[in-house]
Ligand binder design. Structure first.
Ligand SMILES: NC(=O)c1ccc[n+]([C@@H]2O[C@H](COP(=O)([O-])OP(=O)(O)OC[C@H]3O[C@@H](n4cnc5c(N)ncnc54)[C@H](OP(=O)(O)O)[C@@H]3O)[C@@H](O)[C@H]2O)c1
Length: 278
């Protein structure tokens, strides 16, 4: 599988290192007029020459036809995919976009192109396995603790531009829609955002009742977690068409049913796992 990467910022550089190790990186792109254009990737990563010259997004169609990547991993900004989605679809390059901060309109368009354009897109505002397990736990908590107050606290590094984070918004939607589906009030879930220092990413769900509180939290220790998730998503989308999310990549629903079966056999009759349906 040949992978192209766009975005050589804080996260993209770590992803580039990871893809070099996997010997999967065939093409690296930067925005037009970037000082990175034409440089060897090694120079940007402060390592020996890699032989991969950074190309700008100018004349993208011609470059995609020349390099023929199977999948493009995007760690840039929403503007890139919005402007270049049609070209990627035309050249049949599948996409993993980890970018957050897309507008509702942009998200809708990405879904339409994936479903009609005969390419595969993984939209992954939450790319790590841990965050996806957290999302599943949020739904379980919303099922079991419907009467409680739910709040989310998210912490990220000081340079993160979108606030609240895409992950926090996704957790909030998962909780409110689960409560709504079960006849509760589908109110928006409050999100508190902290932008500070070099915090890589922390999301905490508070489930507060009259007499007690549950905390469910995920903390990322290393940006390599993002690189690993992006590579898994690229392997998944290679050769597929349609619109997917990370829960599809990690086969979370299938794995959940395995867990649920073992919970059913758990020898504690006071726990009725049948009420715990995702
Ligand atoms: N899904 C997840 O779990 C996850 C995890 C981490 C990050 N992210 C997301 O990934 C994105 C990048 O994060 P980051 O922290 O690495 O940001 P960053 O350090 O600001 O890097 C952004 C990169 O994108 C490039 N860029 C900006 N606009 C562009 C455009 N229109 N076309 C092409 N390239 C463009 C920038 O190029 P210049 O430097 O040349 O301006 C820079 O290399 C953000 O949306 C972030 O939220 C998602």
């Amino acid at each position: 599988m040949k992978i192209a990467l766009i975005g050589l910022g804080t996260t993209g550089k770590i992803v580039a290192e990871y893809l070099l190790k996997e010997q999967a990186l065939a093409m690296v792109l930067c925005r037009q007029d970037s000082p990175k254009e034409g440089k060897d990737l090694g120079e940007i990563l402060h390592r020996p020459t890699t032989g991969i010259a950074i190309e700008s997004t100018a004349d993208l169609e011609e470059k995609l036809l020349r390099y023929q990547p199977d999948v493009l991993i995007d760690f840039s900004r929403p503007g890139f995919l919005s402007q270049n989605l049609a070209v990627l679809a035309k050249c049949k390059v599948n996409v993993v976009t980890a970018v957050t901060g897309y507008s509702e309109m942009e998200t809708k368009r990405i879904k339409v192109v994936a479903r009609n354009g005969k390419i595969g897109i993984v939209m992954a505002p939450n790319i790590t396995y841990g965050v996806n397990v957290l999302l599943m736990m949020a739904r379980i908590a919303a099922h079991l603790q419907m009467e409680c107050d739910f709040e989310i606290i998210e912490e990220n590094h000081r340079d993160k531009t979108d606030s609240p984070s895409g992950t926090a918004k996704k957790i909030a939607t998962a909780i409110s829609s689960t409560i709504g589906e079960n006849g509760g009030e589908n109110n928006p879930i409050p999100i508190h955002s902290i932008r500070s220092g070099d915090i890589i990413g922390r999301h905490k769900i508070l489930v507060t009742g009259k007499y007690d509180q549950i905390e469910i939290a995920h903390t990322a220790f290393s940006r390599e977690a993002y690189a690993e998730g992006a590579f898994k998503a690229a392997q998944f989308i290679h050769g597929r068409t349609g619109f997917f999310e990370m829960k599809d990549v990690y086969r979370l629903e299938k794995n959940y049913f395995k867990v649920n079966r073992s919970v059913l056999h758990y020898n504690d009759e006071s726990f009725d796992s049948r009420s715990c349906i995702l």
